[in-house]
Design a protein. Sequence first.
Length: 260
Amino acid sequence: MKRVLVVVSLLILVMVIIVSADALQRIISSGYLNVGMDAAGYMPFEGINSSGKYIGFDVDLATLMANELGVKLRIVPTRWSGILPSLVSGKFDMIISAMTITPKRAIMVNFSIPYFTVGQKILYNNKVYKTPPTLKELLEKKNLIVAVQMGTTGDDAARAFFKNAKILEFASMDEASIQVAMKKADIAVGDSTYVGFMVSKYSQLSTTNEELTNENYGIAIKQGEFDLLNWINTFITYVKASGQWQKLYNKWFNNYQPNS
């Protein structure tokens, strides 16, 4: 009986190793790197310009990855609410879409080492608040309305900090931000990079100095694809050490003009 269990265990281990190796080789053999991204867009990480071309930090990072693999990049736009199930079902090879690494998500997928660090920040209308509202002021405000993108860590942070507020959920962060601009919500909670982008795009929007959380973005792949995961971690380390990551950061967070 023990010998049978040992043989079965070895067979399972061999199958895991084969699946792990196949994931990386499958991408190379197919000639395409299929990457899932939020269909609604999340600039400056991903979006579509006036010519219908995908642009953003994540798009450029995925392009660098495809180049290193010697394949072509194919972006698979997917609604955020279904992006993890779509990865698990095999609709694309990985998710590169400003996704925060969380224990809950790690139950479904494997994450790479962090490739970007952000925090949750508050977006407010400066026509309503003449000075930046403090966290204490917002916590004490009666009938506070907070807009968020459903299923995000901004959604989680809003519920954790503003327990008595009315939370308005939207399919995209753009929709949530528009509620603040139109004075239909008091504030929105979102990633610091995105909030900064919206502040630069719309003159009536501003942000506070304090961050509610500190989070890391990771690249998500199906569980068990360890060779692919190891390659992705090596790639992230390489682009950071080589200065390519910093060039992308400067392009999208220092030099990009959203209204141009």
